[in-house]
Design a protein around this ligand. Structure first.
Ligand code: HEM
Length: 69
């Protein structure tokens, strides 16, 4: 969905989905870790740097929603 495929997502929105986690301390460091690990994985799979950056930007674009701010 994030890369323009079909939009079949029917789960909770990012705010609702993570609200109880923010209450337990979910913060920027966790979002950073996810983006970093995702990037490392894509690199291992031979994805080019420009596409990895695009993935990071997409993940970053929901940061404030995930962290409810
Ligand atoms: C790019 C940022 C993130 C995206 C796109 C994302 C996406 C999602 C989605 C789609 C769900 C399912 C929501 C539902 O219940 O319908 C979810 C749930 C969850 N996310 Fe994330 N997430 C992100 C960041 C994080 C981070 C940083 C953590 C913790 C390190 C995290 C931990 C969890 C957990 C534990 C759940 C399950 C919550 C529950 O049902 O109790 N997420 N996330």
């Amino acid at each position: 969905m994030a890369f323009g495929g079909p939009n079949n997502y029917t789960g909770q929105d990012m705010r609702e989905g993570h609200k109880h986690l923010v209450a337990r301390g979910l913060n920027d460091s966790h979002v950073d870790a996810i983006i970093e690990l995702l990037g490392e994985t894509l690199q291992e799979l031979g994805v080019v740097a420009q596409d990895i950056q695009e993935v990071a930007d997409i993940a970053n674009s929901v940061r404030d929603d995930v962290l409810n701010r």
